[in-house]
Design a protein around this ligand. Structure first.
Ligand code: GDP
Length: 465
């Protein structure tokens, strides 16, 4: 268990408003720490808090330092260790005027509380062993989730499914170390592993599990921050009109002047339970204009970063001269070719021209962005093409860049151990790699962290979390 001292947290009692800033129907003020019940008692008119059982709710009055009535409130008691933070916690639900909130906080501070810093409730929960670090980080992700998929992944992580998987890996690594140490213990008697192939199989299994987790970050990042979809094509093909149609909003400037979109425009929308981040790019064409050239360079960069590319072709001009460049940049990405402005030309000369150029299997859809024709079918196709795992699947997906980095290091360490096994490296050298692998997994769960890392993580939380 992580101790309070370890994380630099004192044993004082903290308070903060846990509901969003501003006024609302009700506001919840959280008080946590060894003096929580005593301090609130000083400001509470109602049933005495001393004998209250954990997880009980009571109606009473909150009063200020001078005993003046502040509000009628509902109080919930959670006794240590069965609370969010693992400490005694009192939650006060009062009327949500900003004035009442400020006054209640002020009067609690006067009675001996300290105002909580960002993420301090969750940090205490971590320090008291109520959750590991990956679960604590998931609390922030659950609060910030913008789509069903992001919510599902964060929930899985918060409820400890990811931690369970990491603990399984840890057990396997410890078993591995035990086998190696057995060899070390008997090294003087010239004993080698009972069965080096068994150890090798275990190392490969660990490597594959870590690799799968690390690889899942590509999806995880898209789920959490939005699947990047670049809209590319010649100037005037209708890219901005398409962005607006997909967003159902007049977000991008639409004009028939070539080269209007000189920078990339981004916006997000949830489709099929997944957050998509659409990036409208400057039209790609040969241009002598320096500013436009810079915009075009950005278009290529946006395209390179996207998971899905929508290539918009104007059916009336059917100019496919940039096809080669676009296809080269789309290697390894999901590409959808969109024939736009079908309201002006239903003959689609572009379609046959494209079929000569496009590799097999690339979907081609005909739409009119301006008339909203077949936009819904395009949305469905984008969701299908993005091929994210089902939102209710139980596969563990890594969404956090810090975890991804640690997993990459852990994977490198176990890969070195496998190479060492193959080349008959001695047990003590293998042991170092395994310990390094364990170290990186421990960084994810918070078994091994510095105060700096913890400070960095919790500083991104809001006050009251
Ligand atoms: P971009 O340069 O590729 O972003 O193109 P815009 O979205 O700015 O559109 C260029 C011109 O084509 C504008 O005048 C649009 O109104 C027009 N346009 C876009 N989509 C369609 C469409 O489906 N049908 C018709 N008739 N015009 C369209």
């Amino acid at each position: 268990m992580n101790t309070l001292e370890l994380s630099g947290i004192g044993g004082d009692t903290i308070c903060a408003v846990s509901t969003p800033q501003g006024s609302g129907g009700i506001a919840v003020i959280r008080v946590s720490g060894p003096q929580a019940l005593d301090i609130v008692q000083h400001r509470w008119q109602g049933k005495p808090l001393v004998g209250m059982a954990s997880h009980t709710v009571h109606l009473g009055n909150l009063v200020d330092t001078a005993g003046g009535m502040l509000d009628q409130a509902v109080l919930t008691v959670f006794r240590a260790p069965n609370s969010f933070t693992g400490e005694d916690v009192v939650e006060l639900a009062c009327h949500g005027s900003t004035w009442i909130q400020q006054q209640v906080i002020q009067t609690l501070i006067d009675a001996g509380c300290r105002h909580a810093s960002a993420g301090e409730f969750t940090r205490r929960a971590f320090a008291n062993g109520r959750m590991d670090l990956s679960q604590a980080e998931a609390v922030a992700d659950v609060i910030e989730a913008q789509s069903r998929a992001a919510h599902h992944v964060a929930m899985n992580q918060m409820r400890g499914r990811y931690s369970d998987e990491l603990n399984d890996l840890r057990e396997k690594l410890l078993h591995f170390t035990a086998l190696i140490e057995l060899e070390l213990d008997f090294s003087e008697e010239d004993v080698t592993f009972a069965d080096r192939s068994e150890v090798s199989a275990l190392a490969t299994e660990i490597h594959d599990l870590i690799s799968r987790l690390a690889y899942s970050y590509h999806e995880g990042n898209a789920i959490r921050n939005g699947m990047p979809v670049a809209i590319v094509g010649q100037t005037n093909a209708g890219k901005s009109t398409l962005l607006n149609a997909l967003l159902g909003d007049d977000r991008a400037l639409v004009s028939n002047v070539h080269g209007t979109t000189r920078d990339t425009i981004e916006d997000t929308v949830v489709m099929g339970g997944t957050l998509f981040r659409f990036i409208d790019t400057a039209g790609i064409r040969q241009s002598g204009d320096v500013v436009e050239q810079m915009g075009i360079a950005r278009s290529w960069r946006a395209l390179d970063k996207a998971n899905v590319v929508l290539w918009v072709v104007d059916v009336t001009s059917a100019d496919t001269s940039m096809a080669h460049d676009i296809l080269t940049h789309c290697d390894g990405k999901a590409l959808i070719v969109i024939l736009n402005k079908t309201d002006l030309d239903d003959d689609f000369a572009a379609r046959s021209e494209l079929s000569d150029i496009l590799p097999e299997g690339i979907p081609v859809v005909a739409i009119s962005a301006k008339r909203d024709t077949d936009i819904e079918a395009l949305r469905d196709l984008i969701v299908k093409t993005a091929a994210l795992p089902e939102a209710d699947s139980d596969t563990i997906i890594v969404t956090n860049a810090r975890h991804y980095q640690a997993l990459t290091h852990a994977r490198d360490a176990i890969a070195r151990a496998i190479a060492g096994l193959d080349s008959g490296l001695s047990g003590d050298l293998l042991d170092q790699d395994i310990r390094e692998c364990l170290h990186w997994l421990g960084e994810i769960t918070g078994e091994i962290t510095t105060d700096n890392i913890l400070g960095e993580i919790f500083a991104h939380f809001c006050i009251g979390k």
